[in-house]
Design a protein. Structure first.
Length: 360
C-alpha cells in the first residue's frame, strides 16, 4: 500500500507543479473505518512492475449506490499513474476492463474517485500551472495514452484563475444591495469556528439540493458528511466561509474558499511531521492565493443574483487578507450557472481536465 501511495511522488519527483497529497490522508482512503464509501463500494488496487521496478498503478472501483440507485453500470478507475509506455497503461486499463467483465458491468470511466465529491479528470491543459489540493496533476502524455487505448472523452471540466481588482465596480455594489433587499437576505458572520459548526450538515443538504438534478449525482450519506467534516474542518478558516440566510435565519447559499496549500504541501512532501504542519499553518496565515472549493445554492434562489452577494463577500475577505489570486475548483464545462459567478472579473481558463470512458 505504501508503494502504491508513494509511486506518484517518485514519478513526479522533479516536477515543480506536482503537489503531493498527505500520506496519512491517502492511507485513510483505503481504510474502512475512515472512508464511508468503502461500505457500499468494491475496490482493488494494482501496481505494474518491470524488472522489479514500479512503473504504474491503478485503482478500480464499483460504487454500488451508483449502480443500483442510478442504474449507471460502470467501473470507476482512479489513482492511475504510469511511465510514458503504452504497454504499461494498456496493462493497467485492462485491469479495469477485467473488473467490469467480472461484475457484468457495461463500461469503465476515469480517472475518478469513489463518489462525485472526489477528485476527477486527467489534466489536458495547464501542465505548467501549480496543482491544487483538490485537483489531480499528471503528465501531458496521459490523455494520448487513453485515446490510443480506445477510450473517449466522457466529461470535461474547466478551471479559472482570477486576478482580483483593486476596487469593485459601482454596479456590482449596487446590484449586491438590491438583491439582499429584494429577497430579504443577510450574510452570516462568525466569531469562531464553533459558530459555523452547526451549519455543516445544512451545507451538505444544500449541496444535495443544488446538484441533485444532475444525472450522475449520488446523494451524500451521513457517514460521508462526518468523514468530510473530520478531514477538512481543521483546515477551514471561519473568515473564508460565506453563508447567506433568509429572513428566518435559514441557510439558502454558501461558499467555501481556502488559502492555497499547494506550496505548503510541496514542502511537507506528504508528511505532517516534523515540519509539514508548520508549513500548512503558515500558508493559512499569510497567502496571496486562494482556492474556491464548494458552493451550494437552494433551487429557489438560483438564477436570482445570489452569487453576487457571495462574490462581494469573497472580495471583501480577500482584500482584508491580502489575497490577490483566486483559482476555481473544476467545473463541468456546461455548468454555465457557476461560471456566471466569475464573468465580471476577467476569468482566465488556465486548466482543463476530462474523464475517459470505454464501453465493454
Amino acid at each position: 500500500m505504501m508503494d502504491f501511495i508513494r509511486f506518484p511522488m517518485v514519478l513526479y519527483k522533479n516536477n515543480k507543479n506536482f503537489v503531493p497529497p498527505l500520506i496519512k490522508g491517502e492511507k485513510e482512503v483505503w481504510n474502512l473505518k475512515e472512508n464511508p464509501a468503502l461500505h457500499y463500494s468494491l475496490a482493488k488496487q494494482y501496481l505494474a512492475y518491470r524488472a522489479g521496478k514500479i512503473v504504474g498503478r491503478i485503482a478500480v472501483m464499483i460504487n454500488n449506490k451508483e449502480v443500483k440507485e442510478l442504474g449507471i453500470r460502470k467501473v470507476r478507475f482512479g489513482w492511475i499513474d504510469f511511465i510514458d509506455d503504452v504497454k504499461v497503461s494498456e496493462a493497467l486499463i485492462q485491469k479495469a476492463v477485467d473488473f467490469a467483465k467480472e461484475h457484468q458491468l457495461e463500461k469503465i470511466e476515469g480517472p475518478m474517485g469513489f463518489t462525485n465529491l472526489d477528485k476527477a479528470g486527467t489534466l489536458t491543459m495547464g501542465f505548467d500551472k501549480l496543482a491544487t489540493m483538490i485537483g489531480m496533476y499528471n503528465h501531458a502524455y496521459y490523455a494520448s495514452h487513453f485515446e490510443r487505448l480506445g477510450l473517449r472523452k466522457e466529461k470535461e471540466w474547466v478551471e479559472y484563475e482570477i486576478v482580483f481588482p483593486e476596487i469593485l465596480p459601482d454596479k456590482v455594489l449596487k446590484f449586491n444591495e438590491l438583491i439582499k433587499e429584494k429577497y430579504r437576505l443577510k450574510v452570516m458572520k462568525f466569531t469562531s469556528k464553533k459558530e459555523f459548526l452547526p451549519l455543516i450538515e445544512p451545507m451538505f443538504e444544500l449541496l444535495d439540493q443544488t446538484y441533485r438534478t444532475l444525472s450522475t449525482y449520488t446523494p451524500i450519506t451521513d457517514e460521508q458528511i462526518k468523514s468530510y467534516k473530520d478531514k477538512y474542518f481543521s483546515l477551514l478558516d471561519k473568515d473564508f466561509i460565506i453563508c447567506v440566510a433568509d429572513e428566518h435565519d435559514k441557510l439558502v447559499a454558501f461558499a467555501v474558499t481556502m488559502p492555497s496549500y499547494s506550496t505548503a504541501l510541496q514542502k511537507a512532501n506528504g508528511k505532517l511531521w516534523p515540519t509539514g504542519w508548520w508549513h500548512l499553518l503558515q500558508a493559512g496565515k499569510k497567502n496571496d492565493r486562494a482556492n474556491f472549493y464548494l458552493i451550494g445554492i437552494h433551487p429557489d434562489y438560483q438564477k436570482r443574483g445570489v452569487t453576487s452577494i457571495i462574490f462581494k463577500e469573497i472580495y471583501d475577505i480577500f482584500k482584508k487578507k491580502g489575497v490577490k489570486y483566486l483559482e476555481t475548483n473544476p467545473e463541468l464545462e456546461d455548468n454555465k450557472a457557476i461560471q456566471l459567478l466569475w464573468q465580471d472579473y476577467n476569468p482566465v481558463n488556465h486548466k482543463r481536465r476530462r474523464t475517459y470512458s470505454r464501453e465493454i
